[in-house]
Write a protein that binds this ligand. Sequence first.
Ligand SMILES: [Zn+2]
Length: 276
Amino acid sequence: MIAALALTLMAASPEAAPAADAPIRCAGEHRQGAILVCRTVPGAQVTLGDLTESADGEGWIVMGYHRDAPSHAVFRVRHEGGVWERRVEVEPREYEIQRIDGLPPAMVTPPPDPAFQARLARENRTKGAAYTSRWEGHGFLEGFDWPVTGRITGVYGSQRVLNGEPRRPHYGIDIAAPTGTPVEAPAGGVVTLADPDMYWEGGLIFIDHGQGFTGVFMHLDTVDVEVGDIVQKGDVIGTVGATGRVTGAHLDWRVRWRNRQIDPEALLALDVSDLR
Ligand SMILES: [Zn+2]
């Protein structure tokens, strides 16, 4: 639109931008691993750090911060009326160090044979394709519940050292529960991946809760949904298992938005009622 050429910088700092004038309101926190659900001008382009995405036709947008998000982020809303921008402080977190020793070597480093590598590549493509989903529903507005309850045996962000080797951080929350315990959708969404036998994850389900904000459910004993199914909050999607590379029955629940891993526990505290 022509109006976009006449963009004005309405505010460049928090002091210059009383909250009442901001064209965006959010639930959530500016914190590493946090979810943000915001309401702004329909169709506005919203920038958070190095990512820019569009609000939907009702002005809703869901976003989040990665585990290692920098200490400051640009937060910008660009719409027909202009540009609003502020620099936000992102609260840092400290993460646990988790050492696990005595694992079978194949669980730490997969075997190098070509057929096996082809399998891993195929599974990575499947997951990558599922992450491109952009469901237009609003599961993320419902509030999130635990998919299963049990003892927490692993938390988001912990630095893992497996058999003495530093590995990628753990991005899920591990919830121990007996094999066969029902796993419920923590919020509504569309199933974008449902596979009973992935190498690392075993039985694996992805649910796009809206705009590609995706819940990941790993090590399932049974996968009771199919790709394309629309699930409601509380629907049973599968059962807890010990499939894939695991040492015992548990659910590993992860949340991903674009290339960022979000802390599932941050979802549980979210309250969007003030934004409606
Ligand atoms: Zn885990």
